[in-house]
Design a protein around this ligand. Sequence first.
Ligand code: GLN
Length: 493
Amino acid sequence: MTDLTTLGIAAIRDGVRDGQFKAREVAEAFNAKVAGADALNAFLVKTPEHALAAADAADAARAAGETLKPLAGVPIGMKDLFATKGVATTAASKILEGFVPPYESTVSQSLWNAGAGMLGKLNLDQFAMGSSNETSAFGNVISPWRRPNDTAPLAPGGSSGGSSTAVSAGLAPGATGTDTGGSIRQPAAFTGISGIKPTYGRCSRWGTIAFASSLDQAGPMARDVRDCAIMLEAMAGFDAKDATSLKLDVPNWEAALSADLKGKRVGVPKEYRVDGMPAEIEALWQQGIAWMRDAGAEIVEVSLPHTKYALPAYYIIAPAEASSNLARYDGVRYGLRDLPEGAGLQDMYAATRAAGFGDEVKRRILIGTYVLSAGFYDAYYTQAQKVRTLIARDFERAFEQCDVLLTPTAPSAAFALGEKQADPLAMYLNDVFTVPASLAGLPAMSVPGGLDKDGLPLGLQIIGKPLDEQGVLNAGLAIEQRAGFTARPQAWW
Ligand code: GLN
């Protein structure tokens, strides 16, 4: 019999529906994989009983002759940034240790409503701040990938590194991610899987622990483009509980998948050719351009002149919003409370926050409060907001000439754990290709394009017009079909 954990979301859905195997067998197989992969540190909480209950419901529905729900029998991993009722949720921070939400996030609830089950809560960079998973308070996730003849642990990307690891190591057929400046796309690229950040407002943020509210978006991470489309359909949709949620129907993205790009124009932004970019990344980009042409698209060079200001603007706006969002962790309402002997309220706030937040989170709060302070607000925050508008305008102009944009996802393959940790600027540079689309709220996806000289995955990014997830998915599918990317990490864990 086939190892059920080699199957993706579509294959599991179809196999359960057609009676090739039971949903329970699928859940048991993935639960066993998860139980045997502690060395990767991808899961903060395991919930095998949740996956089994959803599977049993799917099997019972089938036995009763009911129409199955869209994700019936599909177990997934849940990034631990989504509040899950009755299941510990920490955002990988000590300050939320012991917090068990009495409510369910809209995105996770939507997935359960679609029939999915949960394998567990996935590790991440603390409060989703990071690019390597090294800021988790509960130990970093270790990528399942290794360089040849080298046991040095590699970064799985961040912040959704638990999600990328779970999917690429075959511990889950799909996982949720969140993307504020690249946290779905960069970890997908580092681990050879696909992931899409939809248009800002497609997925509700309600019950998702906030990092930078004007940027945060949930999205799926899965083995291929079709699986991303299926999962995104279940995650997206209007939610009255999120004021920025878009009141729009969810398209049937899976049904409209097409790798035929005839009549489409693919833009190649010249400003994404950054100094010091490895030749392998440039070569992959050229290969991607050739694949787009082969799929019938016309290639046009476009200009996004404010690209070079995107990273500095992001690292002002995201910390500014984070400093405000994270003010709620005060030792009164959630998680950790540090109440020194004889302390007053202010002392408790200070002690709790000093003990509960990690260094990167503190760095962001300090930057955020600084750029929002009376003396510096105009010089930094207002200026960054103006830059954000200019970046959005760059995209609007570019999309007058093309339908989607093609770029590399990240400026390098996965780096070794520890390699960039001491240098925040080097770490932030990872986001150079992903933050512009985040600032403009555009849908963007990473699909695997090939391997570097060390056999590590490299990703290509497609950025689309607002609400054109379909165009993004279709261009992704065209790449996927031509790249023929089948590489998988060799199990060492
Ligand atoms: N790496 C970026 C940061 O640290 C993006 C994180 C994210 O998208 N959540 O802010």
